[in-house]
Design a protein around this ligand. Sequence first.
Ligand SMILES: Cc1cc2nc3c(=O)[nH]c(=O)nc-3n(C[C@H](O)[C@H](O)[C@H](O)COP(=O)(O)OP(=O)(O)OC[C@H]3O[C@@H](n4cnc5c(N)ncnc54)[C@H](O)[C@@H]3O)c2cc1C
Length: 438
Amino acid sequence: MAALHHLRQYHPLCIAVSKLHTSSHASAKQHYKMLVLGGGSGGITMSARMKRLMGAENVAVVEPSEVHYYQPLWTLVGAGAKSVALSSRPTASVIPSGVKWVKSKVQEVNPDKNTVYTDDGSQISYEYLIVALGLQLHYEKIKGLPEGFEHPKIGSNYSFETVEKTWKALQNFKEGNAVFTFPNTPVKCAGAPQKIMYLSDAFLRKTGRRAQAKVIYNTSLPVLFGIKKYADSLWDIVKRRDLQVNLRQNLIEVRADKKEAVFENLDKPGETKVIEYEMLHVTPPMGPTLVIKGSALADEAGWLDVDKETLQHKRYPNVFGIGDCTNLPTAKTAAAVAAQSAVLHRTISKILKNEKPDKKYDGYTSCPLVTSYSTVILAEYDYNAEPLETFPINQAKESRIMYHMKADIMPQLYWHGLLRGLWGGPGPYRKLFHLGMK
Ligand SMILES: Cc1cc2nc3c(=O)[nH]c(=O)nc-3n(C[C@H](O)[C@H](O)[C@H](O)COP(=O)(O)OP(=O)(O)OC[C@H]3O[C@@H](n4cnc5c(N)ncnc54)[C@H](O)[C@@H]3O)c2cc1C
């Protein structure tokens, strides 16, 4: 893993673009009107929006990584349908021009002093703060990982370093169990752990090896998917394609040298089961970033404690949150970030004018459930777990057009719309397609 991290530093695109873009460590300027923490999906889209609202010179974004990732593509990369190179661009190329890039890691936030401390020892003060730090992956909470990834037959679409290992394991599959897992924690893109199962099943069929495979989905959840309308369709697919789904099974150990995965039965504490695998796809446990968890900004569970409608912090009115780091009670996705960004933009513009925020986030989130190399079920829903579909068709049915949306249109919308602060989710189109009725 260390070697893989090292490789990432020398991504050729990074070297080329970082020469063109000026970035600085925090010492260059110590105070910003708007400070954005994290330069992922939420951080970049809000930097672009805040630049429009208050001028680039007033905005800074703190992000240590030289590379920005479009993570939703990793589902297709793990199944060999897209190249991993398409999922990354240099951070320098996505930071809005004129916005200051503070290339450091946030170590501590003190909202009582309106100050952020970074790992290079600098302090940055702010008038307003947007927290967009994402969540933390915890492979290390599974015994035998991450070092188990040094072995073949095991991969994970959840990180740049391990996503191509999924594709390798799939290509090298000969005979035995293909095992896919879902952890006992909140996750980002709750559909991704099973999307790779459907794609793997389709790949094994295409290459004539499906008869030699038992495809197993072991999930910690008591359901296949949280929204009934889509879960019903997925259960039909699972039965039709002979995929074995085991509920309440949590991966606790990987013995990569023996190709064994150990699961605990969450309904019968102490009961474990060992499954020998020919291929294993791991979705790691996830949790709040430690920077937030250890601060006054966190709720009891460690997530950023924001108002679910305005995205303003519940106790610090000059602090706002977006994306995976928040405690918004909806599924953590880039699609949710898009819808949140439009609301947060409006909330902040009202607060700057000393007015009350008036736009409310309804919890919109979306998950393109890839079911094969040409079909997708496009799940879209809100805080009430009610479908909130954009198109005037039944989106619970597998669709080729939706696959095209996921594989070809959404990446473009991400790079050229969301990251430029120009895409606030499909709300206006939904209204149009439903003649103003939704
Ligand atoms: C395999 C996979 C499939 C997915 N599929 C979909 C999908 O189909 N549709 C969809 O909408 N979403 C999907 N997602 C989820 C989506 O990518 C995330 O929900 C989205 O990126 C969240 O944005 P964010 O800004 O909250 O976090 P991120 O985009 O993860 O950004 C967080 C940023 O914070 C930075 N950071 C972390 N710690 C610090 C620190 N201490 N100091 C400074 N910066 C820091 C990180 O470097 C990162 O750049 C998928 C994700 C994965 C992994």
